[in-house]
Design a protein around this ligand. Structure first.
Ligand code: FBP
Length: 342
């Protein structure tokens, strides 16, 4: 039986390769891993305890808050604040930056997270996830925290990842040295390396989009979908359509099999002209992971990781996955912008 590597071992090995590493990152990651285990326990027995359904509150996104979402958010904020290495946090569920209490030691790291992604699937036992994105503050440690410390471009991430709560619980992340997947072995309570150096196939065969919104898309976006459904595409046959409705689950499948996830801008809600997904806590971490795995992520024009966030809950159109597929989307939009006819 090959020796199995735990996630802590992997992080310690990575830390050795970082000049001047202080161990702060390992402590932060350990609290993230512990939070994932606590949330997994609640997700696994959700139907047996009073944790399904709504809390009755509405969050900063204008969405009704799910009890499990609120629970996961509370666990993450509590555990991460006790890592002793953070100067700030931000969550999809909280309107503003979450300060670390004065009573607790602080450090130079910043973490942004979506505590429970795929909230529409929570009550029906379909895969959901937690997404995280880690930065180092830019301003002087001794001085006041600046909003620019939290609103950094995705290309400044030092690490990003997700936990997938599915038939097994997986932790997939990058620290800028490739993408690695760990599976939780409940019998030992450890995340063990199961998917080292994940590479996304350059040519995809799956498209993931909520086609129910097609009538609200512009002409170019409809052309993009027509390409993936056409037998004249690079695959010489229509791609297979797969959509779970949890970004983490759709992304994970496409990362392993090859494909593209699309959440276009649409005209449904004038208040959300740029689509639904959040740049800082959903798109940036997935873009960092997919690029580290050999893929690509754009907002229909530019590289997601080059976008300067202008506020914490900014939404963007999102196209993410296999290199050839996302490049094709970029070409179709560029041609449309240059007035060329397809
Ligand atoms: P939450 O983080 O609130 O769950 O929102 C994000 C999300 O659920 C993604 O996981 C998923 O890809 C998308 O919204 C589904 O949206 P829709 O129901 O409009 O297809």
């Amino acid at each position: 039986m090959p020796q199995q590597v735990t996630v802590t071992e992997h992080i310690l090995l990575h830390q050795k390769m970082v000049p001047g590493a202080t161990g702060q990152f390992t402590r932060l990651f350990n609290e993230l891993v512990l939070s994932a285990k606590i949330i997994t326990r609640a997700v696994n027995k959700a139907g047996l305890v009073d944790i399904l359904g709504f809390t009755g509150d509405v969050n900063v996104q204008g969405e009704e808050v799910k009890k499990l979402d609120e629970y996961a958010n509370r666990i993450l904020i509590h555990r991460l604040a006790r890592s002793g290495v953070l100067c700030a946090m931000a969550s999809e569920e909280n309107a503003d930056i979450i300060e670390v209490p004065d009573s607790l030691p602080r450090g130079d790291y910043i973490i942004i997270f979506d505590p429970l992604d795929g909230s529409s699937n929570i009550d029906v036992n379909v895969n959901i996830g937690t997404i995280f994105s880690i930065y180092k503050r830019k301003s002087d440690s001794g001085g006041p925290l600046m909003s620019s410390d939290v609103l950094q471009k995705g290309s400044e991430q030092v690490a990003a990842g997700y936990v997938l709560y599915g038939s097994s619980t997986m932790l997939v992340f990058t620290c800028g040295d490739g993408v690695h997947g760990f599976t939780l072995d409940p019998s030992v309570g450890e995340f063990l390396l199961s998917h080292p150096n994940i590479r996304i196939p350059e040519q995809g065969k799956i498209y993931s989009v909520n086609e129910g919104y097609e009538r609200y898309w512009d002409r170019e976006t409809k052309q993009v979908l027509a390409y993936f459904k056409s037998p004249k595409n690079a695959l010489r046959k229509p791609y297979s359509g797969r959509y779970i409705g949890s970004l983490v689950a759709d992304f994970h499948r496409n990362l392993l099999y090859g494909g593209i996830f699309l959440y276009p801008a649409d005209l449904r809600d004038p208040k959300k002209p740029s689509g639904k997904l959040r740049l800082t806590c959903e798109c940036n971490p997935m873009a960092f992971i997919v690029e580290q795995a050999g893929g690509m992520a754009i907002d229909g024009g530019q590289r997601v990781l080059d976008i300067e966030p202008d506020h914490l809950h900014q939404r963007i159109p999102f196209y993410c996955g296999s290199l050839n597929d996302v490049k094709m989307v970029q070409d179709i939009f560029e041609e449309a912008r240059s007035g060329k006819q397809r």
